[in-house]
Ligand binder design. Structure first.
Ligand code: GLN
Ligand code: ZN
Length: 762
């Protein structure tokens, strides 16, 4: 019985690659130094897998930035603006220009990789692209491993998924189909395969995760066509097609199991319980099944006994020698190594498995199927799981009861939004086109230092409160000087909008090194939700009251919503996500109630990541939206009519979820807008019909550029032409945390000026 790993984190157990990249980009170190760090990382990963006993070890899963960009380089599909002359090998300079832009050309677009928090660089293709074999990275990595004595399975982004994940280049006609390029890219793939073969490879893995999406028959045919085309080139090789991230639809299952020249297929059996049924109902004889039973998307220890019985049942279907134990997807989406978590207690650690530990799990399962069960490993696992199931740290009965009770009714404010807004206006007395900001103000190095020193017990609580209070005073004073209508306290006490709440809620744990790559050198460190979520005490009331006491203007209370807290954490797998979300919602509800009692009349509940959690398959989306929106409503369904609830969402494709956004029933919705004026118009129009206040961001906060008053006026004018003025709010796109005061002051001055000019013209 063999074992296989789909892919492995490349950033390093202590983010070694991140630091090497950033120092190279800053010109502090040479390309050679960067390359050395990279090859050390690759070597240690291969060695780790070999030592763990993994049979099919992947190569070419390393990347200096992104595996899709690597494929673009392999195919020589460099957009012309990067000035690549063509021919020969693409160097690091062109590669990083595509990834990050350079002095004269902006970067290529980046977008989320399926429903993960990883972002890939979107290929831009048109009918005239000249493809050529321009990066030999896959072959080089294969050879590099081989020289170390490790025979690997080279991994390539499959040709059809590559095209389906691309976008048409600017100016390309509407009739152009990306899939029409398939016959142009296959010759390059053939060259790569031939070289890999010549170098001694006996397996090759094509990642075709788009197979789990809702694909029409034309797209499915592209797979059939592509692999038939490749059949001759791959003959003599074992070809593995990897699919992951969801259940595979039956049509796609039929397609992939019938592909020519393909000897093995990998499925995500963690998210794919229905896929298991498909396999049971028929799997082509003679082909290998790579069974992804170890979760690549989470940090929990595998239930080895449960996996074992799944695998044993599969053995009956596909045959003992054709079953390979694998991960559900690349381990890129989980944390790297638990060994570096010196602060987590022993019990909690025993419940977890990061990438390095998952290697051992995969191997232990494979060995068991070969009759070599490591009894000690299995019983330690069973004991850890049992302790997790019954631990008083996990179970909080009052929370469970409250969350169960929540499901029996619909949670909605009693009055409709228009009359609520009227009651609120009587109390708040705001001008038309009220101005506000999204919450955070610049986080200066001094501010970060204060928080750091408080955390490390270097300064006392008293000193800390004094420093934060001073910061809030300045932010309030600034906003009054700028003449903003609805103020914020600036969030100086928060390092991160999820971490801040997680640290105060029960059921959360934090790692020291549990980093997961988000894009390029950027990583996030999601909190771990391991238990029932409760709110032992108020989290923001102290600061909000303090801030409100400094001004007569309304001060917004500022909370992160339950869905965002959920989507930006590693979520427990022993109950449905919806259950955990309801628990968080109840905790946030308590906070909302306390803020209201404390005299805060406007409360913003950010749902920056609501769209992000949308399942890949259409059939599952309605259910998600239902409990996600319900969770948001739970947080504020009991406030008085006069309390105004805002929500904020970062940029995402909202068009398909407009009705759910409206169903959140917030009084005011602020949305990041400046990158997509047209696309969002329909959202706003729907919003108008519904009657809520709407604040489409009037300027981009991601750039240091200061928008002129005239430019903002123009934007507002456009919005006024679509929306009624009485629902429109004037605000930036998002929080100002990453900006400098030297940018924020003039930008907000111009924003308020633009609002005032527009008011006069109305
Ligand atoms: N209130 C948060 C802030 O201003 C919102 C951030 C976000 O939407 N990502 O920082
Ligand atoms: Zn935002």
């Amino acid at each position: 019985m063999a074992s296989h790993i789909v892919g492995y984190p490349r950033i390093g157990p202590k983010r070694e690659l991140k630091f090497a990249l950033e120092s190279f980009w800053d010109g502090k170190t040479s390309a050679k130094e960067l390359q050395d760090v990279a090859s050390d990382l690759r070597l240690s990963i291969w060695k780790q897998m070999a030592d763990a006993g993994i049979k099919y070890i992947p190569s070419n899963t390393f990347s200096y930035y992104d595996q899709v960009l690597d494929t673009t380089a392999m195919l020589g599909a460099v957009p012309s603006r990067y000035g690549w002359s063509g021919g020969g090998e693409i160097g690091l300079d062109i590669y990083f220009s595509m990834a990050r832009g350079n002095a004269s050309v902006p970067a290529m677009e980046m977008t989320k990789w399926f429903d993960t928090n990883y972002h890939y660089i979107v290929p831009e293709l048109g009918p005239d692209v000249e493809f050529s074999y321009a990066s030999h990275k896959a072959v080089q990595e294969y050879k590099e491993a081989k020289a170390l004595g490790v025979d690997t399975v080279p991994v390539l982004v499959g040709p059809v998924s590559y095209l389906l994940l691309s976008k048409p280049a600017k100016g390309v006609g509407k009739l152009f189909s990306l899939l029409s390029l398939i016959d142009k890219i296959l010759p390059v793939y053939k060259e790569v395969v031939a070289e890999l073969k010549a170098a001694g490879a006996s397996w090759i893995q094509f990642d075709e995760p788009t197979l789990v999406m809702d694909l029409d028959s034309k797209k499915l045919c592209a797979f059939t066509h592509a692999y038939k085309e490749l059949e001759l080139s791959v003959s003599g090789l074992n070809v593995l097609i990897e699919t992951y991230f969801a259940d595979i639809p039956i049509e796609a299952y039929k397609t992939v199991t019938a592909l020519k020249g393909v000897t093995a297929i990998g499925f995500d059996l963690v998210r794919g319980s229905k896929t298991l049924d498909l396999i049971r109902n028929g799997f082509p004889s003679g082909k290998y099944l790579f069974a992804g039973v170890v979760d690549g998307r989470n940090i929990w220890a595998n239930d080895l006994d449960a996996s074992l019985s799944t695998l044993q049942a599969l053995e009956g279907t596909v045959g003992k020698d054709k079953l390979v134990v694998s991960t559900s997807c690349s381990l890129l989406h989980t944390a790297v190594d638990l060994v570096n978590e010196t602060k987590l207690d022993k019990e909690l650690k025993s419940w977890l498995a990061f990438a390095a530990q998952k290697l051992l799990e995969v191997n232990a399962l494979a060995k068991t199927l070969s009759g070599l069960k490591d009894e000690a490993f299995f019983s330690a696992n069973a004991a850890a799981l049992a302790s997790r199931r019954s631990s008083p740290r996990v179970i909080n009965e009052p929370v469970q009861k409250a969350a169960a009770a929540v499901k029996s009714s619909d949670h909605r404010r009693a009055t409709n939004v228009s009359s609520r807004l009227e009651s609120q206006q009587r109390k708040l007395n705001l001008p038309v086109l009220p101005t506000t900001t999204i919450g955070s103000f610049p986080q200066t190095p001094e501010l970060r230092k204060v928080r750091r020193e408080y955390k490390a017990n270097i300064i006392s609580e008293e000193e800390y409160v004094k420093a934060i209070k001073k910061e809030i005073e300045e932010v309030v004073k600034l906003q009054e000087e700028l003449d903003i209508d609805v103020l914020v306290h600036g969030e100086p006490e928060r390092n991160d909008m999820v971490e801040y709440f997680g640290e105060q809620l029960s059921g959360f744990a934090f790692t020291k090194n549990g980093w997961v790559q988000s894009y390029g050198s950027r990583c996030v460190k999601p909190p771990i939700i391991y238990g029932d979520v409760g709110r032992p005490k108020a989290m923001t009331v102290f600061w909000s009251m303090l801030a409100q006491s400094m001004t007569k203007r309304p001060m917004k209370g500022m909370l992160t919503g339950p869905v965002t807290i959920l989507n930006w954490s590693f979520v427990r797998d022993d109950q449905p996500r919806s259950e955990t979300c309801y628990q968080i919602a109840l905790a946030i509800k308590n906070e909302v109630q306390d803020l209201e009692k404390a005299g805060i009349n406007i409360i913003q509940i950010d749902e920056a990541a609501l769209r992000e959690g949308l399942p890949l398959r259409k059939s599952e989306q309605a259910f998600y939206l239902d409990w996600a929106v319900q969770s948001f409503r739970i947080t504020n369904c009991e406030v008085q009519d006069t309390t105004q609830i805002h929500t904020h969402m970062c940029y995402s494709n909202f068009n398909d979820i407009i009705h759910s956004i409206i169903d959140m029933d917030a009084d005011v919705i602020t949305i990041e807008n400046s990158r997509s004026d047209e696309k969002l118009l329909s959202v706003f129009r729907e919003g108008v019909k519904y009657g809520a206040g709407i604040g489409p961001g009037v300027y981009d906060i991601h750039s240091p550029r200061i928008p002129s008053s005239l430019e903002i006026c123009d934007r507002i004018k456009k919005m006024v032409s679509v929306l009624e003025t009485n629902v429109l709010w004037i605000n930036p796109d998002c929080g100002l945390k990453t900006r400098k005061y030297s940018e924020v002051k003039p930008a907000l001055t111009n924003m308020v000026g633009a609002a005032k000019i527009t008011r006069m013209l109305l």
